[in-house]
Unconditional design. Structure first.
Length: 164
C-alpha cells in the first residue's frame, strides 16, 4: 500500500504494541478493535473512533483534540495524564476504562460534548471536567442540592489535605 495508512490499525501494524510521539489522524471503523496497545505522548487530531473498541490499551500523556469518540468502548483501557479537548464522546461509559493507579489525573475533559456519557460507579479521582456555559448539561432542579453538597464536601476534603 502506498500513501498514508487508512486506519489506525494499519498505522500501528508492526509497532510491537508500543508507539510514542505520534500525531494520529487516522481512525477506526465502528466495531473495529485496537487491543493491548500502549501509546505514549501521542497527539490525536480529529481522529474518528466512533463505535470502535479500545480494549486493554494504555494511553499515557496523550492529547485528543477534536476527535469523534462517540460510543467508543473503553473496556480495560487505562488513561494516565491525558487531555481531551473539544471532542465529542456521546454515550461513552467512561467507567469501563481501567484505573490508572499511578496517575495523579487520568484525564482532563475540556469543552467536550458528553451527552449520555456515564461516570456512574467509577473511580476517577483527580480527573477534571471543564464545562463551558451554554453547551448544555442541564441538571434537573431536584438534583441541585445533592450536587451542591457533593461539591462542598469535595472542596472541604481538598482544603484539609485529603487527596481527590
Amino acid at each position: 500500500m502506498t500513501g498514508s495508512p487508512a486506519s489506525l490499525l494499519e498505522r500501528l501494524a508492526g509497532s510491537g504494541g508500543y508507539a510514542a510521539d505520534l500525531t494520529v489522524t487516522e481512525g477506526l471503523a465502528p466495531g473495529e478493535a485496537l487491543d493491548g496497545v500502549e501509546l505514549e505522548a501521542c497527539t490525536f487530531e480529529r481522529a474518528v473512533l466512533e463505535g470502535a473498541v479500545l480494549r486493554d490499551c494504555t494511553f499515557t500523556d496523550c492529547v485528543f483534540t477534536g476527535c469523534n469518540l462517540n460510543r467508543v468502548d473503553l473496556s480495560g483501557s487505562r488513561f494516565s495524564d491525558c487531555r481531551f479537548v473539544e471532542c465529542t464522546a456521546l454515550a461513552v461509559i467512561w467507567t469501563r476504562a481501567g484505573e490508572a493507579a499511578l496517575s495523579a489525573r487520568p484525564w482532563d475533559l475540556e469543552r467536550c460534548r458528553l451527552d449520555l456519557a456515564s461516570f456512574q460507579e467509577g473511580t476517577i479521582a483527580g480527573s477534571r471536567l471543564v464545562v463551558i456555559p451554554g453547551l448544555g448539561h442541564d441538571l434537573p432542579a431536584g438534583t441541585w442540592s445533592r450536587l451542591a453538597d457533593l461539591m462542598a464536601g469535595h472542596a472541604q476534603d481538598r482544603s484539609s489535605g485529603v487527596p481527590a
